[in-house]
Design a protein around this ligand. Structure first.
Ligand code: IMP
Length: 424
């Protein structure tokens, strides 16, 4: 009767979707608790590729309940598009296996326009957001002027709320950002068709999870983005607008924190980051190019090339502390094959002092990584199904990660398919 949280320990894109998909058969309910369609989780099963943005990765398994909790923000048009694509791929999605919280805030058309307009006005200082309206939607939530999914059930209330919101948003759009104003009917027209499709899925998510636990079931909480994109604990202001750390699973789905007994951190075997912000181990050389090409490091959501670098144990250590990790999974180990030497950053040098945890955000860009180099390996790893089948140098690399984090590596991913996973 417990819960496991899966979180990214770096800056997102660690391969959480694949691990959640692999773990899902052992759980009864899979829950998304924060973020929106800025996330892109890819799951490959039975030769089919499923791309999920908001719907929990557990949905591709029959007989699992999936929940989307109150901490999420939802773009109704995009959500319906994702649902329709999955249904066309043969995935069963009905109000029996997908439950969506009424407390979720809607990403409105003006949130997307404001997100993009603000980014272009920032020029060099931009954050590099996904442009999906995530930040402006969470702003309205905190300002208590947001529109929630539950409002879709009362059309008069919905109309009044949108009318009130447009009064303010249109001033911003036209006066500050020189954009055309949005009309009430036009905005409603974008929301209402999706509302029809969404309303049957609205549910009391905490109660569904409670019922699962009452029957002795297990719940899996699927994080999006990564620990260092957390609004409070990440590399602010180069972060997303939600709490991506494990404790966000409790507030973002309406369950007690003590239920979260296992916290699995997912890390790539190297580091990547999309968008702006400090990245101490970033590589601008042929090693970085190797990681980008071999790892196909291009964003699932925006297609942007990802920034690539060596594995950073300072970042992993910080994630262990912030999330209370109990175990880790290392993904994309196969991508390192072919590098003569692999490096891990074990500490930072900050003005001559060796530090083991990240400094204040504004100092992070100036630290120098302290590296330990290890021999690489030439062999491809994609066929390995046990630790014993890995070359000695790859096993040593994993052992050193365990030592640096003080945690067991429970899973190692050596390719995108479900089967390409080593369970330790
Ligand atoms: P936003 O979440 O669209 O506001 O973007 C804020 C920052 O988080 C930008 O640097 C994005 O590139 C980054 N980001 C948001 N979602 C993801 C994700 O799922 N993976 C990786 N980076 C992300």
């Amino acid at each position: 009767m417990s819960g496991m949280v899966v979180v990214g320990v770096q800056w997102g894109d660690e391969g959480k979707g694949k691990i959640v998909d692999m773990l899902a058969p052992d759980f009864d309910v899979v829950v998304r608790f924060q973020g929106g369609n800025n996330a892109g989780h890819t799951v490959r099963a039975g030769g089919v590729k499923y791309v999920l943005s908001l719907i929990p990765s557990g949905i591709v398994h029959p007989n699992k309940k999936c929940c989307i909790g109150n901490g999420v923000v939802l773009d109704p048009e995009e959500f319906c598009r994702e649902m329709d694509t999955l249904i066309a791929q043969g995935v069963r999605i009905t109000p029996d296996n997908l439950h969506i919280s009424r407390k979720i805030h809607l990403i409105m058309p003006y949130h997307k326009t404001l997100d993009q307009a603000r980014e272009s006005s920032l020029g060099e200082d931009k954050i590099g957001t996904t442009g999906r309206g995530i930040g402006p939607c969470y702003e309205d939530k905190a300002a208590r002027i947001g529109i929630r999914l539950g409002d879709l059930e009362d059309r008069d209330l919905l109309r009044d709320k949108i009318r009130a919101a447009l009064k303010e948003k249109n001033v911003l759009l036209t006066q500050l950002y020189r954009q055309p104003p949005l009309g009430l009917e036009e905005t409603l027209g974008k929301i209402l068709p999706a509302a029809e499709q969404l309303c049957p899925f609205l549910a009391d998510v905490p109660e569904i999870i409670r019922q699962c636990w009452q029957k002795g079931g297990q719940a899996l909480f699927e994080g999006a983005q990564g620990t260092h994109l957390d609004i409070d604990h990440g590399t602010y202001p180069f972060v997303t607008s939600s709490n991506t750390v494990a404790s966000g699973a409790a507030t973002g789905s309406g369950i007690a924190p003590w239920r979260l007994t296992k916290i699995l951190g997912i890390s790539k075997a190297y580091s990547t980051r999309v968008g702006a912000g400090p990245f101490p181990t970033e590589l601008m050389d042929e090693n970085g190019q190797h990681l980008r090409e071999q790892g196909a490091e291009f964003g699932t959501v925006t297609g942007r090339p990802r920034r690539c670098g060596w594995l950073d144990a300072v970042i992993l250590r910080n994630s262990t502390r912030l999330n209370g990790l109990t175990e880790i999974a290392i993904t994309k180990l196969d991508v390192l094959s072919g590098l003569p030497e692999v490096k891990i950053c074990t500490a930072y040098n900050q003005r001559g002092e060796k530090i083991l945890y990240p400094p204040e955000e504004h100092d992070l860009a100036a630290v120098e990584p302290v590296y330990v180099g290890m021999p690489g390996w030439a062999e491809p790893l994609s066929e390995a199904r046990s630790l014993g089948e890995l070359p000695g140098a790859a096993r040593d690399y994993l052992k050193y990660i365990e030592e640096l984090c003080g945690l067991p590596v429970k899973f190692v991913s050596v390719g995108p398919d479900r089967e390409q996973t080593i369970i330790n």
